[in-house]
Design a protein around this ligand. Structure first.
Ligand code: NAD
Ligand code: UD1
Length: 336
């Protein structure tokens, strides 16, 4: 029988792609989500792509009783923990909410997992824990210095997971530090569906090309980068989803806790992304230069060698495919 995998936040952007990938790899995904930043309308699309029923429990990851019921009702083999709040700006305005959902939610989950004897966990962390790295590409042993409440909540969870693993012989935990996930499923039926004006570059380009917003403000033209705009490591969400399956298989043969960068290993500037997106959609993106965004950094890209050496993962898709798939999703409506 297929192993059952719980995906918290499985109705969200990244979780939904992981759910489909799990089903395609022969697992039985189960979703827990409170729809704080997603819609139940994604579920039939997930089932269509997965080719199987995907049970979804509407519940809060902070609710230990709800979690106990999930572990009681389903024979969960492992958990992929994507549920959380992720808006950097909002995290400064609502720090308690971010600590509550991201930190207390992860604690409640770990507690319920321990009780149920489910000890394999893949955690969604972020490259934001590095802040602006001193050396590039950035490897997992680089100093951490998150410059937002959001980033600090991720680091607190990472730290407690690193403390948890040695306390029990059975814990198997992979902490995955995502760089900049972008793009959509190639079917165009699931993708990123932010409410309001998106903060992140690729979903914003989708909405501008789709006519919803007039122009892109490029945050800074005087960064110490080749063309003066910010440089990031954009990672196709499908590559990211595949990374979770590979990490989970690695945990089946490796106890303890380990941290992995998931990134492509090279950076693109804002102007390069805009040019790639224009090629993908065949439209011009109106843009203007604007002041730097608070909390932004100049340049970051991953050294993804550890994930490759440990579980053979490497990003297979490039920026053009990110833009083409994001645009296909947008052209089909880009919403649930
Ligand atoms: P998302 O908001 O689309 O997905 C998160 C999901 O968690 C949503 O479906 C939301 O409804 C759910 N959720 C929120 N609070 C919950 C709660 N208390 N109980 C149950 N469910 C809850 O975000 P995403 O982009 O898919 O991100 C998934 C994870 O990856 C997050 O932990 C995020 O911090 C992390 N991450 C994302 C990025 C990125 O750029 N998208 C980068 C690095 C790390
Ligand atoms: C943002 C978060 C980061 C998080 C990451 C996840 C902030 C300050 N940081 O980072 O913590 O881990 O998302 O993907 O929000 N840009 C513009 N104009 C825009 C939007 C973006 O010029 O309207 C530029 C940014 O300055 C940056 C690049 O595009 O250089 C990418 O921005 P974004 O998609 O928001 O990602 P990050 O800045 O890496």
């Amino acid at each position: 029988m297929a192993d059952t995998i719980l995906v918290t936040g499985g109705a969200g952007y990244i979780g939904s792609h992981i759910v489909v990938e799990l089903a395609q790899a022969g697992y039985a995904p189960v979703v827990l989500d409170n729809f704080a930043n997603s819609s139940p309308a994604v579920l039939p699309r997930l089932e269509a792509l997965a080719g199987r029923r995907v049970p979804c429990i509407e519940g809060d990851v902070r609710d230990v009783a709800a979690l106990r019921r999930v572990f009681h009702d389903h024979a969960i083999a492992a958990v992929i923990h994507c549920a959380g709040l992720k808006a950097v700006g909002e995290s400064g305005e609502r720090p308690l909410a971010y600590y509550d959902v991201n930190v207390a939610g992860s604690l409640a989950l770990a507690e319920a997992m321990g009780e149920a004897g489910v000890t394999t966990l893949v955690f969604s962390s972020s490259a934001t824990v590095y802040g602006q790295p001193e050396r590039l590409p950035v490897a997992e042993d680089a100093p951490v210095a998150p410059n937002s409440v959001y980033g600090r909540t991720k680091l607190v969870v990472e730290d407690f997971l690193r403390d948890l693993a040695p306390a029990g012989p059975n814990w198997r935990i992979a902490i995955l530090r995502y760089f900049n996930p972008a793009g959509a499923h190639p079917s165009g039926t699931i993708g990123e569906a932010p409410l309001g004006r998106p903060n992140n570059l690729v979903p914003l380009l989708c909405r501008i090309a789709g006519g919803e917003f007039a122009e892109l403000s490029i945050f800074g033209r005087d960064w110490p980068t080749p063309d003066g705009t910010g440089v990031r490591d954009y990672l196709h969400v499908q590559d990211l989803a595949e990374g979770h399956i590979a990490a989970m298989k690695y945990l089946a043969r490796t106890p303890g806790v380990a941290t992995f960068n998931l990134g492509v290993g090279r950076g693109f500037s804002v102007l390069e992304v805009v040019a790639a997106f224009e090629r993908a959609c065949g439209r011009t993106i109106p843009r203007q230069f604007a002041p730097r965004r608070a909390g932004d950094i100049a340049c970051v890209y991953a050294d993804p060698a550890r994930a490759n050496a440990s579980f053979g993962w490497r990003a297979a898709r490039g920026l053009d495919s990110i833009c083409a798939d994001a645009w296909r999703w947008q052209a089909g409506g880009g919403k649930y």
